[in-house]
Ligand binder design. Sequence first.
Ligand code: SAM
Length: 268
Amino acid sequence: MTEQDRPTPVGIDTSKPSIARAYDVVLGGKDNFAIDRAVVGEMLKIVPQLPEVAAYNRQILSRGVRYLVEEAGIRQFMDLGSGLPTRENTHQVAQRSAPEARVVYVDNDPIVLAHGRALLVENENTTVVTADLRDPEAVLANPEVRSFIDFSQPVGVLLVGILHHLHDSEDPQGVAKAYMDAVPSGSHLFMTSFCASFPEAAALEETYLSVLGTGRFRTLDELQGFFGDLEMVEPGLVSLPEWRPETPLGHELTVAERLMAGGIARKR
Ligand code: SAM
Protein backbone atom coordinates (compact mmCIF):
# COMPACT_ATOMS: atom_id res chain seq x y z
CA MET A 1 0.00 0.00 0.00
CA THR A 2 1.49 3.40 -0.91
CA GLU A 3 1.33 6.38 1.42
CA GLN A 4 -1.42 7.91 -0.75
CA ASP A 5 -3.52 4.75 -0.38
CA ARG A 6 -3.04 4.46 3.37
CA PRO A 7 -5.90 5.95 5.42
CA THR A 8 -4.79 8.86 7.58
CA PRO A 9 -6.09 8.58 11.16
CA VAL A 10 -8.73 11.19 12.00
CA GLY A 11 -7.28 14.46 13.35
CA ILE A 12 -3.81 13.91 11.83
CA ASP A 13 -2.49 16.90 9.84
CA THR A 14 -0.06 15.60 7.21
CA SER A 15 0.68 19.09 5.86
CA LYS A 16 2.82 19.98 8.91
CA PRO A 17 5.63 17.96 10.46
CA SER A 18 5.01 16.46 13.88
CA ILE A 19 7.60 15.82 16.59
CA ALA A 20 6.27 12.30 17.21
CA ARG A 21 6.37 11.39 13.52
CA ALA A 22 9.79 13.01 12.90
CA TYR A 23 11.15 10.96 15.82
CA ASP A 24 9.57 7.90 14.26
CA VAL A 25 11.49 8.67 11.02
CA VAL A 26 14.75 8.92 12.96
CA LEU A 27 14.01 5.58 14.67
CA GLY A 28 13.37 3.94 11.28
CA GLY A 29 9.59 3.57 11.87
CA LYS A 30 6.76 3.60 9.34
CA ASP A 31 4.23 5.90 11.07
CA ASN A 32 5.31 9.08 9.30
CA PHE A 33 4.62 11.18 6.21
CA ALA A 34 6.65 12.94 3.49
CA ILE A 35 6.73 16.23 5.41
CA ASP A 36 8.25 14.51 8.46
CA ARG A 37 10.90 12.81 6.34
CA ALA A 38 11.79 16.14 4.69
CA VAL A 39 12.32 17.76 8.10
CA VAL A 40 14.50 14.92 9.29
CA GLY A 41 16.48 15.18 6.04
CA GLU A 42 17.39 18.78 6.99
CA MET A 43 18.49 17.72 10.47
CA LEU A 44 20.61 14.87 9.14
CA LYS A 45 22.58 17.36 7.05
CA ILE A 46 23.87 18.88 10.31
CA VAL A 47 24.11 15.75 12.46
CA PRO A 48 24.10 12.61 10.31
CA GLN A 49 24.39 10.52 13.48
CA LEU A 50 20.87 11.47 14.66
CA PRO A 51 19.58 7.87 14.34
CA GLU A 52 22.35 6.75 16.71
CA VAL A 53 21.34 9.47 19.18
CA ALA A 54 17.72 8.32 19.11
CA ALA A 55 18.91 4.76 19.67
CA TYR A 56 20.93 5.88 22.72
CA ASN A 57 17.80 7.57 24.03
CA ARG A 58 15.74 4.41 23.63
CA GLN A 59 18.49 2.36 25.26
CA ILE A 60 18.70 4.58 28.34
CA LEU A 61 14.88 4.50 28.51
CA SER A 62 15.08 0.71 28.87
CA ARG A 63 17.96 0.80 31.38
CA GLY A 64 16.28 3.55 33.40
CA VAL A 65 12.86 1.89 33.55
CA ARG A 66 14.50 -1.40 34.51
CA TYR A 67 16.37 0.41 37.30
CA LEU A 68 13.15 2.04 38.51
CA VAL A 69 11.26 -1.25 38.63
CA GLU A 70 13.97 -3.63 39.80
CA GLU A 71 16.07 -1.44 42.11
CA ALA A 72 13.82 1.44 43.15
CA GLY A 73 10.65 -0.70 43.41
CA ILE A 74 8.49 1.64 41.30
CA ARG A 75 5.24 0.07 40.12
CA GLN A 76 3.51 3.00 38.39
CA PHE A 77 4.72 5.33 35.68
CA MET A 78 3.62 8.54 34.03
CA ASP A 79 5.47 8.63 30.69
CA LEU A 80 5.07 12.25 29.59
CA GLY A 81 5.72 12.94 25.89
CA SER A 82 5.78 9.20 25.33
CA GLY A 83 5.98 9.19 21.53
CA LEU A 84 4.65 6.67 19.03
CA PRO A 85 4.86 3.06 20.12
CA THR A 86 8.10 1.48 18.97
CA ARG A 87 10.29 -1.32 20.33
CA GLU A 88 10.82 -1.72 24.08
CA ASN A 89 8.19 0.76 25.17
CA THR A 90 8.00 1.68 28.87
CA HIS A 91 5.18 -0.75 29.67
CA GLN A 92 6.95 -3.65 27.97
CA VAL A 93 10.18 -3.05 29.89
CA ALA A 94 8.42 -2.43 33.22
CA GLN A 95 5.92 -5.28 32.95
CA ARG A 96 8.63 -7.78 31.97
CA SER A 97 10.07 -7.34 35.49
CA ALA A 98 6.78 -6.58 37.26
CA PRO A 99 3.65 -7.60 35.30
CA GLU A 100 1.46 -5.58 37.67
CA ALA A 101 3.29 -2.31 36.85
CA ARG A 102 0.92 0.40 35.57
CA VAL A 103 1.85 2.85 32.84
CA VAL A 104 0.05 5.98 31.64
CA TYR A 105 1.38 7.36 28.38
CA VAL A 106 0.70 11.07 27.88
CA ASP A 107 1.25 12.73 24.50
CA ASN A 108 -0.42 15.68 22.79
CA ASP A 109 -0.19 14.19 19.29
CA PRO A 110 -3.38 12.31 18.35
CA ILE A 111 -1.36 9.88 16.20
CA VAL A 112 0.10 8.47 19.43
CA LEU A 113 -3.38 7.64 20.72
CA ALA A 114 -4.38 6.13 17.36
CA HIS A 115 -1.40 3.76 17.29
CA GLY A 116 -1.18 3.28 21.06
CA ARG A 117 -4.76 2.02 21.34
CA ALA A 118 -4.08 -0.75 18.86
CA LEU A 119 -1.00 -1.85 20.82
CA LEU A 120 -2.73 -1.77 24.19
CA VAL A 121 -6.02 -3.48 23.44
CA GLU A 122 -5.20 -6.40 25.67
CA ASN A 123 -3.12 -4.66 28.32
CA GLU A 124 -5.32 -3.51 31.18
CA ASN A 125 -2.39 -2.01 33.13
CA THR A 126 -1.49 0.50 30.43
CA THR A 127 -3.32 3.44 28.86
CA VAL A 128 -2.74 6.40 26.54
CA VAL A 129 -4.02 9.87 27.32
CA THR A 130 -3.99 12.74 24.83
CA ALA A 131 -3.01 15.84 26.81
CA ASP A 132 -0.51 18.69 26.85
CA LEU A 133 2.19 18.01 29.43
CA ARG A 134 2.86 21.76 29.70
CA ASP A 135 -0.36 21.93 31.72
CA PRO A 136 0.49 19.70 34.72
CA GLU A 137 -2.66 20.74 36.58
CA ALA A 138 -4.87 19.40 33.79
CA VAL A 139 -2.79 16.22 33.30
CA LEU A 140 -2.82 15.50 37.05
CA ALA A 141 -6.58 16.09 37.23
CA ASN A 142 -7.32 13.92 34.19
CA PRO A 143 -9.74 11.16 35.29
CA GLU A 144 -7.90 8.47 33.29
CA VAL A 145 -4.59 9.46 34.89
CA ARG A 146 -6.19 9.45 38.36
CA SER A 147 -7.76 6.06 37.82
CA PHE A 148 -4.40 4.53 36.86
CA ILE A 149 -2.03 6.27 39.26
CA ASP A 150 -2.31 6.04 43.04
CA PHE A 151 -0.83 9.35 44.15
CA SER A 152 -0.22 8.01 47.69
CA GLN A 153 2.39 5.57 46.28
CA PRO A 154 5.75 6.35 44.59
CA VAL A 155 5.51 7.20 40.92
CA GLY A 156 8.12 7.10 38.15
CA VAL A 157 7.76 10.40 36.29
CA LEU A 158 9.33 10.15 32.83
CA LEU A 159 10.25 13.26 30.90
CA VAL A 160 12.41 11.41 28.39
CA GLY A 161 13.41 13.15 25.18
CA ILE A 162 10.84 15.90 25.62
CA LEU A 163 11.97 18.91 27.68
CA HIS A 164 14.09 20.20 24.76
CA HIS A 165 10.78 20.66 22.92
CA LEU A 166 9.69 23.19 25.57
CA HIS A 167 10.79 26.79 25.07
CA ASP A 168 12.39 28.60 28.03
CA SER A 169 9.25 30.78 28.14
CA GLU A 170 7.21 27.61 28.84
CA ASP A 171 9.15 27.08 32.09
CA PRO A 172 10.28 23.45 31.64
CA GLN A 173 11.81 23.53 35.12
CA GLY A 174 8.48 24.58 36.63
CA VAL A 175 6.69 21.89 34.61
CA ALA A 176 9.00 19.14 35.94
CA LYS A 177 8.62 20.50 39.48
CA ALA A 178 4.82 20.56 39.26
CA TYR A 179 4.73 16.81 38.51
CA MET A 180 7.24 16.01 41.24
CA ASP A 181 5.31 18.16 43.76
CA ALA A 182 2.23 15.98 43.08
CA VAL A 183 3.92 12.64 43.87
CA PRO A 184 5.03 11.27 47.25
CA SER A 185 8.48 10.64 48.73
CA GLY A 186 10.23 7.72 47.00
CA SER A 187 9.00 8.86 43.57
CA HIS A 188 11.62 9.37 40.86
CA LEU A 189 12.14 11.79 37.98
CA PHE A 190 13.76 10.26 34.88
CA MET A 191 14.82 12.94 32.39
CA THR A 192 16.80 13.02 29.14
CA SER A 193 17.25 16.08 26.95
CA PHE A 194 19.38 17.64 24.21
CA CYS A 195 22.61 18.97 25.66
CA ALA A 196 24.77 21.84 24.40
CA SER A 197 27.99 19.89 25.00
CA PHE A 198 29.44 19.94 21.48
CA PRO A 199 30.32 22.59 18.89
CA GLU A 200 27.50 21.79 16.42
CA ALA A 201 24.81 22.36 19.09
CA ALA A 202 24.09 25.96 18.04
CA ALA A 203 23.66 25.04 14.33
CA LEU A 204 21.46 22.07 15.19
CA GLU A 205 19.31 24.18 17.51
CA GLU A 206 18.82 26.70 14.71
CA THR A 207 17.77 23.93 12.30
CA TYR A 208 15.37 22.38 14.78
CA LEU A 209 13.78 25.74 15.51
CA SER A 210 13.39 26.62 11.83
CA VAL A 211 12.01 23.29 10.57
CA LEU A 212 10.21 21.91 13.62
CA GLY A 213 9.59 25.01 15.76
CA THR A 214 11.17 23.56 18.90
CA GLY A 215 14.48 22.01 20.02
CA ARG A 216 16.58 23.69 22.73
CA PHE A 217 20.10 22.51 23.43
CA ARG A 218 20.69 23.34 27.11
CA THR A 219 23.89 23.27 29.12
CA LEU A 220 24.45 20.56 31.73
CA ASP A 221 23.89 23.20 34.44
CA GLU A 222 20.53 24.13 32.93
CA LEU A 223 19.55 20.46 32.68
CA GLN A 224 20.63 19.84 36.28
CA GLY A 225 18.17 22.57 37.26
CA PHE A 226 15.29 20.35 36.07
CA PHE A 227 16.02 18.01 38.99
CA GLY A 228 15.71 20.84 41.56
CA ASP A 229 16.44 19.53 45.06
CA LEU A 230 15.82 15.87 44.22
CA GLU A 231 18.53 13.39 45.20
CA MET A 232 20.49 12.24 42.13
CA VAL A 233 20.84 8.50 41.60
CA GLU A 234 24.42 7.49 40.67
CA PRO A 235 26.07 8.40 38.29
CA GLY A 236 24.05 11.65 38.22
CA LEU A 237 23.32 13.66 35.06
CA VAL A 238 25.62 12.35 32.31
CA SER A 239 25.77 11.75 28.56
CA LEU A 240 23.29 8.98 27.73
CA PRO A 241 25.73 6.09 27.10
CA GLU A 242 27.46 6.91 30.42
CA TRP A 243 24.35 6.21 32.50
CA ARG A 244 24.86 2.72 33.93
CA PRO A 245 26.13 1.15 30.68
CA GLU A 246 25.72 -2.59 30.39
CA THR A 247 29.30 -2.89 29.16
CA PRO A 248 32.08 -0.38 29.94
CA LEU A 249 32.38 2.36 27.31
CA GLY A 250 36.16 2.32 27.10
CA HIS A 251 36.51 5.26 24.67
CA GLU A 252 36.21 9.05 24.47
CA LEU A 253 32.59 10.02 23.83
CA THR A 254 31.68 10.91 20.23
CA VAL A 255 29.49 13.90 19.29
CA ALA A 256 26.51 11.56 18.88
CA GLU A 257 27.09 10.16 22.35
CA ARG A 258 27.27 13.65 23.90
CA LEU A 259 24.27 15.11 22.08
CA MET A 260 21.87 14.22 24.88
CA ALA A 261 22.25 13.94 28.64
CA GLY A 262 20.03 12.28 31.19
CA GLY A 263 19.65 10.96 34.67
CA ILE A 264 17.33 9.81 37.41
CA ALA A 265 16.67 11.46 40.75
CA ARG A 266 14.67 10.44 43.82
CA LYS A 267 12.27 12.55 45.82
CA ARG A 268 13.34 12.48 49.48
N1 SAM B 1 9.67 9.80 25.25
C1 SAM B 1 9.90 9.13 23.99
C2 SAM B 1 11.34 8.78 23.86
O1 SAM B 1 12.18 9.45 24.51
O2 SAM B 1 11.68 7.85 23.12
C3 SAM B 1 9.42 9.97 22.81
C4 SAM B 1 10.13 11.27 22.63
S1 SAM B 1 9.58 12.20 21.20
C5 SAM B 1 11.06 12.96 20.72
C6 SAM B 1 8.69 13.53 21.99
C7 SAM B 1 7.22 13.28 22.13
O3 SAM B 1 6.65 14.30 22.95
C8 SAM B 1 6.45 13.31 20.82
O4 SAM B 1 5.67 12.15 20.70
C9 SAM B 1 5.56 14.54 20.91
O5 SAM B 1 4.31 14.38 20.27
C10 SAM B 1 5.41 14.70 22.40
N2 SAM B 1 5.14 16.08 22.83
C11 SAM B 1 5.70 17.23 22.37
N3 SAM B 1 5.19 18.29 23.01
C12 SAM B 1 4.27 17.80 23.89
C13 SAM B 1 3.39 18.40 24.82
N4 SAM B 1 3.38 19.73 24.99
N5 SAM B 1 2.57 17.61 25.55
C14 SAM B 1 2.59 16.26 25.38
N6 SAM B 1 3.40 15.63 24.51
C15 SAM B 1 4.24 16.39 23.77
